[in-house]
Design a protein. Structure first.
Length: 439
């Protein structure tokens, strides 16, 4: 790979990548983007923490209605990811697209104060997720392009740890606001709006316009494709390259390893129950009071925060495929406990610990696995393809799980997801074994 920083030669860029940053191989832009994600996640998780109870108990939505909205919440961003990733590569404006995404999400927060019907809420949540879809691939591309290949897992682990700090503080803030404010949910939505605006300001002021290249990534080249005219290697410093065409981005699907990774992510996403349903199930199984419900995401976030960096570093050393699949096995164990474990005081912390471990082993490890597969000038597009494949199937899972819960109850619905996850993980283990190599 070559530098994306056009102002510096390869040797200078590589030396800078080694010297700068508090951790080995971690560029300063990773920490700045982590701060933006931290602030934004405080805002987002304040809403996410109260949304299930707000919809089910306050607005009286059925599990199917909630599943539909939850599917919209997660599925719309998947469709937009492809657009955001391609546009970021096409205009070489990762910061611009990320800023538009963060800004749109912030503008949607106050609209929750006036949305009371299924249609209105669906529209607002769809717009908010559109912002998330626009920003995800460009943001992750900036992280990936600023980091040597051998430290990708660690870099994404650092970012996800900071992001999860916000996810940890968000539910806590919502809990405190609900206890102190007379406005209840409206107060949560109002404070969330202000925090989201702060995240946009930090992005605009402190994130550089283009990521610093880390120098050559150990001389590793992206996987070959059958049509060299469709996906080409990055020219030195990226100078003289015409705008990325949609045909080039779509041709990434000809990369066998990328296609395998995207397919397995989609297959596993098809049986991954959304966080909101996990918390609702845990509340029912363990008899958690409504006043404590907003703290359940906090437990997941604490574990994710503690494990994100060490698990990312472990993935760099022992193989990202191994860690990715192990994370799904942890999630399967959590499903089994929710189905068959007796009602004991340990049920809540153990399930939340497994849930947090699942995210630590998958959320940053998946984009890190793409570092050696996609050329730098198509990095955001490649990230968007894999992220979209996973998010779309999770959208389908939310709809199917909500429908199954409504028709047959929460137990059979979760049992079906657990059996499906076990089968899909076995298939993914076979498919990814030859594709992932040492990593």
């Amino acid at each position: 790979m070559y530098l994306t920083d056009r102002s510096a030669p390869v040797e200078a860029g590589a030396d800078r990548g080694r010297r700068r940053g508090p951790g080995p191989g971690i560029a300063p832009v990773v920490f700045v983007l982590g701060a933006v994600s931290l602030i934004t996640d405080i805002s987002s998780e304040m809403v996410t923490a109260v949304l299930p109870l707000y919809l089910v108990t306050t607005l009286g939505f059925s599990p199917l209605g909630f599943g539909t909205l939850d599917g919209v919440y997660n599925g719309v961003s998947a469709l937009v990811q492809l657009t955001g990733g391609h546009l970021a590569d096409r205009v070489r404006g990762h910061k611009l697209l990320a800023g538009l995404g963060y800004g749109l999400s912030a503008l949607c927060k106050p609209l929750l104060l006036i949305a009371g019907s299924l249609g209105t809420l669906g529209t607002v949540l769809a717009l908010e997720r559109t912002g998330k879809g626009l920003r995800t691939a460009p943001r992750d591309a900036m992280i990936s392009l600023s980091t040597p290949a051998e430290h990708q897992g660690r870099a994404f682990g650092v970012h996800r740890a900071m992001d999860t700090t916000g996810a940890m503080l968000g539910p806590l803030a919502a809990f405190l606001i609900l206890r102190a404010a007379t406005g209840g949910y409206d107060a949560v939505f109002g404070v969330s709006t202000c925090v989201a605006a702060l995240g946009v300001v930090v992005l605009v002021l402190f994130v550089p316009g283009s990521p610093e290249g880390p120098g050559k990534h150990d001389g590793a080249q992206p996987a070959e494709v059958t049509d060299d005219s469709a996906v080409t290697h990055e020219s030195p410093a990226g100078e003289g390259r015409p705008p990325v065409r949609l045909r080039e981005a779509l041709a990434l699907l000809r990369l066998p390893r990328l296609r395998a990774l995207a397919g397995c992510a989609a297959l596993l996403g098809l049986t991954t129950v959304s966080d909101a349903f996990v918390y609702l199930l845990l509340q029912r199984r363990a008899g958690v009071g409504e006043e404590w419900f907003t703290l359940l995401p906090l437990g997941t976030a604490v574990v994710f925060l503690l494990l994100a960096v060490p698990v990312g570093t472990l993935a760099d050393r022992v193989g990202r495929r191994t860690v990715f699949l192990a994370g799904h096995m942890g999630l399967l164990t959590a499903y089994a406990l929710l189905l068959w474990a007796p009602d004991t005081p340990l049920l809540v912390p153990v399930v939340l610990a497994l849930h947090g471990t699942f995210y630590a082993a998958t959320d940053g490890v998946l984009p890190a696995a793409l570092a050696g597969l996609v050329p730098e000038h198509l990095r955001a597009s490649g990230l968007a393809i894999v992220g979209t494949s996973q998010a779309l199937t999770r959208f389908c899972c939310s709809l199917a799980f909500g429908a199954a819960w409504t028709a047959w109850g929460d137990g059979p619905a979760l049992a079906g997801s657990a059996i499906g996850l076990l089968c899909c993980a076995a298939v993914a283990g076979v498919v990814l074994r030859p594709a992932d190599g040492a990593r």
